[in-house]
Design a binder for this molecule. Structure first.
Ligand code: ZN
Length: 156
C-alpha cells in the first residue's frame, strides 16, 4: 500500500513527510501528466511553473495533517483560447480553500448546537486546527450552498 492509498487520495503521490511538533507535514504532487484548461477544456502537458499550496486535511491518529502540495501552472495550447495560463485544480479541495472538502465536512458534522468556540476547542483536541471565525464562515457558506440547491453537499 502506498502512502496516497493510506490517505485515500488516489490523485496525489506522496513525496515525503516530516513530523514537526506532533504535526504531520506531507509533501505531495498530483499524479496526472496533464491538466484541463478550465475555459476550453483542452488538455495540456506544457508546464510553465510550479507553486506550493498548503491545505489542512483530516488528522491522522489525532495529529494535525498539512498537505504541502507542489502544483503546476500549465499553458493552454489551444490557440483560440483566451486562457493562456492556468493552475491545476484539485478534486478534494475548492479553488483557494485552506482545508480539504472532507475536513470541512467533518467540521460541519461536529457542530451539534454548541458555540463555535466550543467546537473549535473540541476539534483542536482531535488535531483539527480551525478558528471559531472560520467555523462561522464555513457554516454560513454551507447554508448558502444548500439554499441554492447545493446537492453535492448533501450526498453522503
Ligand atoms: Zn484553454
Amino acid at each position: 500500500m502506498d502512502s496516497a492509498e493510506l490517505l485515500d487520495l488516489p490523485e496525489i503521490e506522496v513525496d515525503g513527510y516530516e513530523v514537526v511538533n506532533g504535526t504531520y507535514n506531507i509533501a505531495a504532487h498530483l499524479r496526472a501528466d496533464s491538466a484541463l484548461c478550465p475555459r476550453c477544456h483542452t488538455a495540456s502537458t506544457h508546464v510553465i511553473s510550479r507553486y506550493s499550496r498548503t491545505i489542512q486535511d483530516l488528522p491522522i491518529a489525532g495529529h494535525t495533517v498539512w498537505l504541502i502540495l507542489s502544483l503546476r501552472r500549465f499553458a493552454c495550447l489551444n490557440p483560440d483560447c483566451e486562457q493562456r495560463i492556468f493552475a491545476e485544480s484539485l478534486l478534494f479541495a475548492k479553488g483557494f480553500a485552506k482545508r480539504t472538502d472532507r475536513l470541512n465536512q467533518a467540521v460541519l458534522a461536529s457542530i451539534k448546537g454548541q458555540s463555535s468556540i466550543v467546537t473549535a476547542s473540541l476539534l483542536g483536541s482531535m488535531g483539527i486546527i480551525i478558528k471559531k471565525s472560520a467555523i462561522c464562515l464555513l457554516v454560513k457558506k454551507n447554508n448558502r450552498d444548500q439554499l441554492h440547491g447545493g446537492q453535492t453537499h448533501r450526498n453522503r
